[in-house]
Write a protein that binds this ligand. Structure first.
Ligand code: ATP
Ligand code: FE2
Length: 328
């Protein structure tokens, strides 16, 4: 079965085509990069509207398929920025109607989790989903992905992006901060905000910008922020492992690209006798293949939506989405 998936929830427009066992037959992506500041939803949506038709063509050429070889069209229904979501949903509905193929709505967060899980080969791992808008520790249970802990304010990626812009850089901040942090040597104390299995970042954002204003060099700010923020994520992941009596952890989401985060979680998990897996970077950041793969599993489990019932859901939560392709 071959499924085409469209991702357009925020900064990235992407089309992926996958078949069995998440084999990526073709993928084409383009990220909207604002000239300055953060993402303006309307401008990002315009970017997606302009680029998506060409990305569909590119992905299909790469996969060597024509419409007759596609079994279903999946799209990210939410969560995300309304105008961006609507751009991808509109293209997906149109392809579904013109090609006469079923339309399959997919939750973006569940897709990050599912592509990471299939690539890990682990059946039922604990998941740390660390991305732009979300930071969640997740385990599957009774028909849903359950959020055991999460950010109480902003997602870790948004925190890193805001910090980097505040330090004079450009979006996206995560990769640039990672490079900067490698030059840092001195650890400065920052608010360490763990509440049970939840975390918060806004206090650290204010404090880190203040550190820089008082003369601490950017590499040391970046180093201190990475150390503190990733230790927080490692702590809540360990707490979840202990409570859920699990051994294995899979990372997903754009911030899972980060070497330091991977290393800290790996050290913790291996000390407990478990294993840690993080997907290749292209499968951590937003991509159409994760939507196609999750859409493929959903479609096989009977999930489809009529065009008139396919409205986007900008605030759709991970733990409200049924996952009929998983069994207990
Ligand atoms: P969400 O999945 O919550 O909707 P998103 O879709 O905006 O968020 P992703 O593409 O999953 O985000 O991740 C993008 C985020 O990952 C950005 O905030 C970016 O700065 C961050 N990021 C990317 N690479 C790295 C890295 N090497 N280190 C830290 N953060 C990174
Ligand atoms: Fe994402």
């Amino acid at each position: 079965m071959v499924v085409l998936g469209i991702e357009s929830t925020a900064h990235t427009a992407s089309v992926g085509i996958v078949s069995d066992r998440a084999e990526v037959l073709g993928i084409a992506s383009d990220m909207y990069r604002p000239p300055a500041g953060g993402i303006h939803p309307r401008e990002a949506a315009n970017h997606h509207v302009e680029l998506l038709p060409g990305l569909v063509r590119q992905a299909m050429d790469a996969a060597h398929v024509d419409p007759s070889g596609i079994d279903a069209v999946a799209f990210a229904q939410g969560p995300g920025l309304g105008p961006c979501l609507r751009a991808g949903a509109t293209v997906a509905r149109m392809l579904s109607l013109v090609w006469e193929k079923p339309l399959v709505p997919v939750n973006h967060c569940v897709a990050h989790v599912e592509i990471a899980r299939v690539l890990s080969g682990l059946e039922d791992p604990l998941l740390l989903y660390a991305s732009g808008g979300n930071t969640q520790v997740i385990a599957y249970g009774r028909g849903r992905y359950r959020v055991l802990g999460e950010t109480l304010d902003i997602g870790i990626g948004n925190f890193l992006d805001k910090l980097w812009i505040g330090l004079g850089g450009k979006f996206p901040g995560g990769p640039a901060l990672e490079a900067e942090a490698k030059q840092g040597t001195e650890l400065h104390e920052l608010p360490y905000s763990v509440h049970g299995m939840d975390v918060a970042f806004s206090g650290m954002l204010t404090a880190a910008l203040q550190l820089h204003r008082t003369g601490v060099a950017r590499p040391d700010v970046a180093y201190s922020v990475e150390t503190t923020a990733y230790a927080m994520l490692t702590e809540i992941t360990e707490r979840a492992l202990a409570h859920r009596q699990r051994d294995h952890v899979v990372l997903g989401g754009g911030v899972a690209c980060n070497e330091r985060l991977r290393g800290m979680v790996r050290t913790m998990v291996e000390a407990r006798g478990g294993t840690m897996f993080a997907p290749p970077r292209a499968m951590c950041v937003d991509n159409g293949a994760m939507i196609a793969w999750t859409g493929r599993m959903a479609f096989r489990a009977g999930v489809t939506a009529a065009v008139e019932d396919s409205a986007v859901l900008p605030r759709q939560r991970t733990d409200l989405v049924p996952t009929p392709w998983r069994t207990d």
